[in-house]
Design a protein around this ligand. Structure first.
Ligand code: SF4
Length: 297
């Protein structure tokens, strides 16, 4: 079957992190899995594509929180009383949908359906994973609903919220740069950008959001506020801060050069040009271990 998409280079924070984690995993994710969604694709590409779609539990939790928050905001005009109730309702719906899919093992026939890495590799049972997400989701929603940030956004008028169809992108030196803010709102001439964060890199992601708002929305830096809410902590606290945009631009430029140097002059990727990590401990948490560790490369 004809492949209509072009696998052209673009930059994202997750791409940069995966390249630093292990170049071979990076190859599987961005090149080896290419066309794996197609029924007629080679078996290796299908396998890599299947593994590329796996989620960690923590990432799953963050996606559910984000989806539910956006649905709650979109589903009703906001008032101080309704947003927490809406949020809880949407979270319950999203979670039930995913849990049903996991119990039915829909991912076996459709790689785009939710599957958690621990289940795929038989490291936990479905019941354990489901119990984990239910407990965590209940904790997080309580923490978020009681937070100051939640109180503030629940008082905003609906039109204050702007397009949150992440990922969004801007360009730098003709390279498309991806960022994925979780929520944006305009208020009193300023733009606020929120990331729900479950790990490291929050200041870098805030800086990317700042660059996006400057370039694509024409805001001056002093009119942009980047918020981070940590969802991996036992209390909800917000940070208003970012890493230096200048420093971020340099990192994007240098790492893009490095990543592109692994391609041939005609932009092709060959597995032998992407060495595996020497830190074998990393393999334990790698999504691609199923196709990598059984292979001699
Ligand atoms: S299993 Fe290990 S060597 Fe293989 S891709 Fe993953 S991290 Fe790299």
């Amino acid at each position: 079957m004809k492949n209509d998409f072009k696998n052209s280079f673009s930059w994202s924070f997750s791409r940069y992190n995966l390249f630093n984690f292990c170049e071979l995993a990076y190859y599987y994710h961005y090149y080896g899995s290419w066309s794996g969604w197609d029924t007629y694709a080679p078996e290796q590409a299908k396998n890599a594509f299947r593994l590329k779609q796996l989620f960690s539990k923590e990432l799953w939790l963050n996606i559910i929180l984000k989806k539910s928050l956006l649905s709650a905001i979109n589903s009703k005009s906001l008032s101080n009383k309704t947003l927490p109730a809406q949020f809880e309702h949407q979270l319950h719906r999203t979670l039930s949908f995913d849990i049903r899919s996991i119990y039915s093992e829909e991912w076996e026939n459709d790689p785009k359906r939710i599957c958690i890495d621990e289940l795929y590799y038989n490291e936990s049972s479905i019941n354990e994973v489901v119990a984990w997400i239910k407990n965590k989701a209940a904790d997080k929603i309580k923490i978020l609903c009681e937070s100051r940030m939640f109180y503030d956004i629940s008082r905003l008028p609906y039109p204050a919220f702007s397009n949150t169809n992440s990922p969004l992108s801007f360009t730098l030196d003709d390279i498309q740069i991806w960022c994925s803010p979780d929520l944006m709102w305009n208020y009193q001439g300023k733009i606020n950008i929120l990331n729900l964060n479950n790990g490291s890199g929050w200041s870098f992601l805030g800086g990317l959001n700042m660059l996006y708002a400057k370039q694509n929305r024409n805001y001056k830096p002093n009119s942009i506020t980047c918020h981070t809410v940590f969802t991996d902590k036992d209390s909800c606290f917000s940070v208003y801060g970012i890493r230096s945009p200048k420093e971020i631009v340099n990192i994007i430029r240098d790492s893009s050069k490095e990543m592109q140097s692994r391609l041939t002059f005609d932009q092709k990727a060959y597995i032998e040009n992407f060495p595996k990590t020497t830190e074998l401990k990393k393999c334990e948490s790698c999504r691609f271990k199923g196709i990598c560790l059984t292979k001699k490369i």
